[in-house]
Design a protein around this ligand. Structure first.
Ligand code: ADP
Length: 190
């Protein structure tokens, strides 16, 4: 089974590329951001809690998001594999994912790091905010999310390198070229 972690800063294109990979390889897709936005839309208790963090550009507490991830994972039946988009975002989450998969006799196959320069991330997120109206895509919150990314999430690059699972992807350029680079990295571990 393929278990792919798609990784990168906010605006790096994780969601867009995930959709393409899901289609090509027939995988299940877990986007923690999408799960939380659906909860907010449905006005659930979890949604209310999540909104507080998301609007501040902060991460949800690890225990909460790890529980959500475990139950989403268990809802997949006869899966060919999973693409994890937006999870893990902290070392504690990466360790939890490793354990969660090991308990199911599985492991992460590869971590794809979509690398995009900071000025480009800002541009993309501001544009996305104008087009989609996503509440956390405003300049002030974007800046906070990038700070959180650098302090809490970027350390996962070295963590996955030491696990021997890291693959660098140039996230700048046209969508097809980036997808091509991603598929080459996946085919290597398939
Ligand atoms: P981005 O474009 O910032 O990568 P996402 O849609 O993946 O956006 O996530 C939006 C927000 O949801 C994050 O800023 C964070 O508040 C929350 N969130 C998503 N995934 C996680 C996670 N794994 N741990 C904690 N919080 C998360």
């Amino acid at each position: 089974m393929l278990n792919i972690v798609i990784f990168g800063a906010p605006g790096s294109g994780k969601g867009t590329q995930s959709e393409r990979i899901v289609e090509k390889y027939g995988l299940n897709h877990i986007s923690t951001g999408d799960v939380l936005r659906a909860e907010i839309k449905n006005g659930t208790e979890l949604g209310k809690t999540a909104k507080g963090y998301i609007d501040q550009g902060q991460l949800l507490p690890d225990e909460l998001i790890i529980d959500i991830l475990a139950s989403t994972l268990d809802s997949f039946k006869d899966s060919k594999g999973v693409i994890f988009d937006g999870f893990p975002r902290t070392i504690a989450q990466a360790e939890a994912l490793k354990k969660m998969l090991a308990d199911r006799n599985q492991a992460v196959s590869v971590m794809l790091d979509l690398d995009v320069p900071e000025e480009e991330l800002m541009k993309r997120l501001i544009l996305r905010g104008q087009q989609s109206g996503r509440a956390d895509d405003n300049e002030e919150t974007i800046k906070k999310r990038l700070v959180v990314y650098h302090s809490q999430t970027a350390p996962l690059i070295d963590w996955y390198k030491s696990e021997g699972l890291y693959a660098h992807i140039n996230g700048l350029g046209d969508l097809e070229t980036i997808t091509g680079e991603i598929c080459a990295a996946i085919d290597k571990v398939k």
